[in-house]
Design a protein around this ligand. Structure first.
Ligand code: ADP
Ligand code: MG
Length: 232
């Protein structure tokens, strides 16, 4: 079983949206059974899940004290992927979640304020040796700031080649327990989530390789960053 944590100090960056969407997409793409854990006392992810009609992904109720044991139990039960949502903070609890994870996803909106806030989360992950991936969320089509954000982020770590744009269907879907794919599988939002999961899947299969490392002579150069720029 692989464990993905979604964390960022900044509230509203898209942690809960990404956790839910990636879990549903991973399940749809055959990477399941997928389970979700919500470690945010606000409980947005569990509220979303409670609204869901679909039985998948699973939702695991646990507490921070029991998390490590429950992760082992879920693996034994045959869960293949666990995605853990976290509160917008930098705490020992979040450090613990990141320590137990194979990959950390840090969503960030392409705003100077959000970009400044990623540093603390990055430091936390680096101290724990957990590979990380940035996902730009809430981008405005054709805005120059998206390209600038991509440049700034790429200096701190790997940037996912698929970014999510600001679209009402992302917000709307979360209200009634669905995802953009379940609203309209052929929407542009859905396409972005599909691409994002395809990329994240390659990262958990090869957790210690960022796109920087992937440019070894035996492998094709990754166009990850160029692709983000093209969409920006
Ligand atoms: N790409 C997006 N387009 C439109 N709305 C979004 C997008 N990503 C997130 N939102 C909305 O922004 C708000 C904050 O997102 P959320 O995932 O709850 O962030 P976090 O968990 O990091 O606090 C929510 O209302 C959510 O529906
Ligand atoms: Mg949240």
């Amino acid at each position: 079983m692989k464990v993905i944590a979604v964390a960022s100090q900044k509230g509203g960056s898209g942690k809960t949206t990404l956790a839910g969407h990636l879990a549903v997409q991973a399940e749809a793409a055959g990477a399941g059974p997928v389970a979700l854990v919500d470690t945010d006392p606000q409980g947005s992810l569990s509220e979303w899940w409670n609204e869901r009609e679909s039985e998948t992904p699973l939702f695991a109720r646990t507490t921070i004290d029991k998390l490590q044991g429950d992760i082992a139990r879920m693996a034994q039960m045959g869960i293949k992927l666990l995605i853990i949502d976290t509160p917008p903070a930098i705490t020992d609890t979040i450090a613990n979640v990141i320590r137990l994870s194979d990959l950390l996803i840090i969503p960030t909106r392409p705003s100077p304020h959000d970009l400044r806030a990623v540093g603390a989360t990055v430091e936390l992950a680096e101290g724990l040796d957990t590979p990380l991936v940035f996902v730009v969320n809430g981008a405005t089509p054709r805005a120059r700031i998206t390209g600038e954000a991509a440049i700034a982020l790429s200096q701190h770590g790997t940037l996912a080649p698929s970014i999510l744009h600001q679209r009402v269907d992302f917000a709307a879907s979360m209200i009634d327990g669905r995802t953009v794919m379940e609203l309209n599988a052929s929407s542009r939002s859905s396409e972005e989530v599909v691409k994002l999961w395809d990329y994240i899947r390659t990262r958990i299969d090869r957790p210690n390789r960022g796109w920087h490392d992937q440019r070894s002579p035996s492998m094709k150069p990754q166009t990850a960053y160029g692709h983000s720029m093209a969409q920006a």
